[in-house]
Structures are given as C-alpha cells and as structure tokens.
Design a protein around this ligand. Structure first.
Ligand code: SF4
Length: 225
C-alpha cells in the first residue's frame, strides 16, 4: 500500500538523484566492495551476501575477504572441511549455520547448475538458503539484471519516506517495483544501504544532516538527531 496524495515515482527519482551525490564519499556496501575488488564474480557476490545475513558489513566484509583467500569457486569452498570453514568464519554471527550453508549452496551449484551461479530469480531461489534479498543482490550486483534488493535499510527508509506503507521487505519490494522505473532498480539498494548506515539509522536517524529531509514525512520516527 502507498500513501495517497504524492507522486511516489517523482519523489523516488528525486531521492535517488540526491542520494547519488550525497553518498559519493561514503563507504560502499560490502557487496559493492567485493565487486570493486574481484569484479562481477557471481559466486563471490553470492557467498559474501550469505555471510552478511543478519550481520553488519563491518564484520562480514573482512571475513569474506579472508575466506576468499582460501576459496573462490564452489569446488574450492567444498574442499575446505566443515570444521576448518567454521574456524575461518568464526567471528561472524551464526558461523556454524553459515558454514553448513556455504557448503550446501556450493554443492547445489555444482550438482544442479554445472558449477555456475544461475541468473534467474526462480533458479536462485531454488537453491536452499538463498532468499529473495540475496537472489536480488546477485541479479543486480552480479548480472546487472534490474532487481530491487530489499534489506532492512531499504525497507525502513522507504517506509519513513512514505514511498510505501508495508510490514515486510517482500511487500516493500512489490510496491517499489510498481513505483520506481526499472532503470533505477539496481542502484536503489546500495544508495539506501549507505544512507541507512550513515544517516537514516534505525534508532535515531540524523534528520538534521539529511539531504532528503525536505521530502520526508519521517513516518514512524519518534526520536531523531
Ligand atoms: S529525514 Fe530523517 S527519517 Fe527521513 S530519510 Fe532523512 S534521516 Fe531518514
């Protein structure tokens, strides 16, 4: 559901243009940094995304970089024994679960997709442990296929701005797809992630420093700086 009385598409485009400029000097999200370092390697994007689930970029990025010193293909990752893999990613939350996940995803990619990460939402979602957000990040950041990856930052900021009025990231993705032209889909996630990490923070957003404040009704914000 969207809020009535405002042109959501126009607002979204204005926000995107302003955030392009305002985020230029900000630290890129972890996945973008992986792309900057290794290029569009679909497997590395997928693995770094899985490692970042429910974990801050500041923790998941260094662990991804360490892991990629040991393995950069599904085959190489499977060669690392589970216990050893757990040790490598130990400082990440849910490291045991994630180590098992990395193995099962690698196995799946080898047995079902000939060792190559698939490039459709349907196939990506058929890999156990790959959810909607991860699949969309792989499509957008890896294959450059228009997709809106909705994580906690995108969901929160879209609702605060009144672009959508939704309860879950899945609903947010559906609504954003209706109002945002396709040519903006890929960049939406990194822009809002950077804004969410630096300005529109979850508990007390920095509204006084926000370049999109003039367009923001700050829906649901009770405390701000
Ligand atoms: S004005 Fe405040 S609530 Fe709105 S986007 Fe900016 S930081 Fe977030």
């Amino acid at each position: 559901m969207r809020l009535p009385g405002r042109d959501s598409t126009e607002l979204a485009i204005k926000v995107i243009h302003l955030l392009r400029k305002a985020t230029k000097k900000m630290t890129q999200p972890a996945v973008s940094q992986i792309v900057a370092k290794y290029g569009r390697d679909f497997f590395l994007i997928l693995i770094s995304c899985l490692l970042s689930l429910r974990t801050k970029d500041t923790i998941s990025l260094p662990i991804s970089l360490i892991l990629f010193q040991y393995a950069r293909t599904p085959k190489e990752l499977l060669k690392i024994p589970l216990k050893r893999l757990e040790k490598i990613i130990y400082s990440i939350g849910f490291y045991r679960k994630k180590a098992r996940l990395l193995h099962s995803v690698s196995r799946d990619i080898i047995t079902r997709f000939g060792g190559k990460v698939p490039n459709t939402l349907k196939e990506l979602l058929s890999i156990r442990g790959v959810g909607q957000k991860t699949a969309n990040v792989v499509l957008a950041e890896g294959f450059r296929i228009p997709a809106i990856a909705v994580d906690t930052h995108v969901h929160r900021i879209a609702n605060r701005l009144g672009l959508v009025k939704t309860k879950t990231p899945e609903q947010t993705e559906r609504e954003l797809r209706k109002i945002i032209p396709k040519r903006y889909w890929i960049e939406l996630n990194p822009l809002l992630v950077m804004w969410g990490q630096n300005i529109c923070e979850p508990i007390s957003p920095r509204c006084s420093q926000c370049v999109i404040a003039q367009f923001c009704p700050r829906i649901g914000v009770t405390r701000s700086r």
